[in-house]
Design a protein around this ligand. Sequence first.
Ligand code: ADP
Ligand code: ZN
Length: 729
Amino acid sequence: MTPSHFHEGQLIGVLTAQPLGRVLDYKAPEGGCFLGAFVEVPLGPRKVLGVVWQVGAGDYDYAKVRSVIRVLDVAPMRDEMRSFLTRAADYTLTPLDQMLRLATRAPGLGDAPGMRKVYRLGDAEPTRLTDARTRVIEVLRDYGGLSFTGKELADMAGVGTSVVKGLAKQGVVREEDAPRDVPYPLLDADYGGKTLTEDQEAGAAVLRDGIKAQTYGTTLLKGVTGSGKTEVYLEAVAECLRQGRQALVLLPEIALTGEFLDRVEARFGARPAEWHSGVTQTERRRVWRMIGQGDAQMVVGARSALFLPYQNLGLIVVDEEHDTSYKQEDGVLYNARDMAVLRAAGVGAQVVLASATPSLESWANVEAGKYRRLNLTSRFGDAVMPTMRAIDMRAEDLPGGKWVSPSLRVAIQDRIDKGEQSLIFLNRRGYAPVTLCRACGHQIGCDHCDARMVEHRFLKRLMCHQCGETKPMPTVCPHCEAEDRLSAVGPGVERMGEEVTELFPDARVVVLSSDLYGSARAMKAHIAEIAAGGADIIIGTQLVAKGHNFPNLTLVGVIDADLGLQGSDLRAAERTFQLMRQVAGRAGRAEKPGEALLQTYQPEHAVIQATIAGDEEAFWSAEAAERKAAGVPPYGRMAGIVLSSTNVQEVFDLGTAMARQDAPLRRIGAQVFGPAPAPIARIRGRHRVRLLVKAEKGAPLQQALADWAAQFKLRGELRMAIDIDPQSF
Ligand code: ADP
Ligand code: ZN
């Protein structure tokens, strides 16, 4: 057994976040150190962060082993976390140092907290009281002796921070220094609960029992938007609060956090900690430390919040569990949904996977008896699914370069006449996906990627959606130099905006697309304004499919329902089904039933039919049967190996060699396909080639992949990334 404490001079193995491929030996510092302690160690001329991982290997001359510089002032990493990182590394075939990097994404996490200014009520009598000043004073009186940061106080009073500073100058408000790492305000489990329905209560009871008993279990919580899923899992959060355990809620989109935080505040009387890319460095550090000390009860965040150092985790919620953004596609390739289950299983926590259109993976796990399933059927917020219908585009009379069919046009006009809103959905950002030269046929592509440049007329530029590169819109064809012959081909949301404005000149038309906003906040504010009635016709991308409520919206028109069905991806059907159902769900409420119209050239296609019928069980069964027959996830195992290099010959040569020397794979009965150009064949100047490996469900795929990959040396520019359970296959 590994000792939990090491005395001075004893050999310890320290894991750092550096790509060394091994745990290094050091001597424990003066005063010794604990297993799991965060330490600073010398590495060459540098000082780096590390974690005391194990007993030293002792394979170096003791005299030459260097000492730990210092032990950092944070809670040591728990055994559970070390074992989670190890298992996650094994599963994703990622080096342990990269996993540690994910777990230490808080700058200066071991430094003593800095100071910051806080404000409380002072003694001076206020003079020249404006409304704004009065509000600040009232807030401070309401909260007795409590102090707040200038921003908190200003937000609560609904004024600018300058008002607070002005009062501080007069001494009406007192300014003080306080340590930066203040604990989060206490959440109160019984602050604002609702009476649950029978369905909801049944689900909540199971979760509560699991949390009390500290046992692991995963529940698939299924129900359309508005059926009360959030209410159920907030009950589970409440139980965590009562039991002194921590709760994590993962959301797929930062843009949804604000609304959710308001809801948590209404339920528990205070805001939880937040963790995502929009959180400042200082705040990150605070969240990280407070979670480790148990001074944050609840975290709302993005997938990386799974790697925070929870002291006593009782619940992980994965909201919209089917969302593809849970799969990280850069760096460490992991799926947050699967990692949530892994993490929870290790600590005896409950997992809730919430969705209106669950992933086939989760559905299969329910079938296999691994997950519980809870269906919410009754509806709150009076949302109902709209009636759905296909518009057969082959029968519509539509001039070239136009996309709104006469049938859809009639339906929109009808809503305008009734004073209701319509949503036109097209999952394509920008003005037009292709810019074509009418003289020579050249299509403008990205210089670094195998992708077309997309015209963004609003930004007056061409943009590559793979690498983000932009360039000014040329007036001359870069290929044949013909002047003024470049033309836009195909629709993007901006172009739809033009067409719709032409069709309905008196209607208020808005285009909602993430790249039209400077910040998530600006976008949120605009969406709220639109929901309140600030537009007649909304044209939007996937962004509008997620979360937001438009109470007066009664029509959804999908411009190209076939878009997601093109290509050979076996998950295309599932994605299209989920997206179409989700978008359609934006329309309609009990007193104003909605309608969803899907423009399609293949109305008889099974996926379009299933979407319209809304028969999820039937869709899933059919999908499951197909995947079973093909032996692909969730009924078989897959891995993608992406090789990349600036030299195209080099990648193909290695790919071919790998496909040939596949003995380790054949030993477990796995097959290898490829090499073929990866789904994106070139990104940022690097050519990419993919091999796909397919194995049976129970096969030891990771070990075989590791043995297989170990046969090849990656020279020079070559890189290899292994993607277990790839998103597309
Ligand atoms: P979902 O997460 O499935 O979209 P929500 O939990 O957001 O659904 O519920 C939709 C609306 O109905 C919310 O405004 C919520 O407060 C309300 N609601 C849900 N359950 C209840 C309940 N048992 N009593 C009263 N209101 C409820
Ligand atoms: Zn590019």
